[in-house]
Write a protein that binds this ligand. Structure first.
Ligand SMILES: [Zn+2]
Length: 212
């Protein structure tokens, strides 16, 4: 993914989408984790994560629904289009996923890096502000600001490590909650009158949420 250009500040604020800025991501573990291994547990093939935190080594089971949601998030960010995962198979080398549109294989190193960042996106309570051309992600704890667009993110994780970063995950979860399956789908609508219509619609929804 390439470096995402930072838009001038005025352009960003003048077109921001109203509503709740926090994507509400469910944490896998309420601590920063380094994943050692992902395996399938028992005949039900429940995903089991073995990881370390600052307190030591531990393991946790994920629900199938949460794991499928994580796989959908990974594939939607990678492909820039929404994705509906049907089933998965956890192997030594990675995870084979069957979706409504085809079969994919995610390498073990990639899915582990992704789940660590998914968890971090939740712990950092990232704030996502959508604009006409991108999404601005603020980390209130660390005081950093990053921009995500369809080319990726401008953080070191994306530029140097070429992984899906926590900012892209936070943006995807918020877009998904608002009804866009991907950044690509969201940006496609952001032109001319359609964008104004969208802003008005979202402002009405935000007001309705507040009971106005
Ligand atoms: Zn990033």
């Amino acid at each position: 993914m390439r470096h995402a250009a930072i838009a001038p500040r005025e352009e960003i604020t003048s077109l921001s989408v109203p509503g709740n800025l926090f994507p509400k991501i469910k944490a896998i573990v309420p601590k920063d984790i380094k994943i050692e291994k992902l395996e399938a547990m028992g005949s039900g093939k429940i995903p089991l994560l073995i990881y370390t935190t600052s307190k030591g080594r531990c393991s946790t089971l994920l629900s199938k629904a949460q794991f499928l949601a994580c796989l959908e998030c990974f594939l939607a960010i990678k492909q820039q289009k929404s994705c509906s995962a049907i089933s998965y198979e956890i192997r030594e080398t990675g995870v084979a996923v069957e979706t409504e549109t085809g079969k994919y294989f995610i390498a073990a190193s990639e899915i582990k890096a992704f789940l660590e960042r998914y968890n971090r996106a939740s712990l950092d309570k990232l704030e996502v502000e959508l604009t006409a051309i991108s999404a601005v992600v603020r980390n209130g704890i660390k005081g950093t600001v990053n921009e995500v667009n369809k080319l990726g993110c401008n953080c070191p994780d994306t530029i140097y490590r070429h992984t899906i970063c926590k900012h892209q995950i936070a943006v995807h979860v918020r877009l998904n909650r608002l009804g866009w399956g991907s950044m690509g789908a969201y940006l496609q609508e952001n032109q001319g009158a359609k964008w104004e219509e969208k802003l008005l619609r979202m402002a009405r929804e935000a007001k309705a949420d507040l009971g106005c």
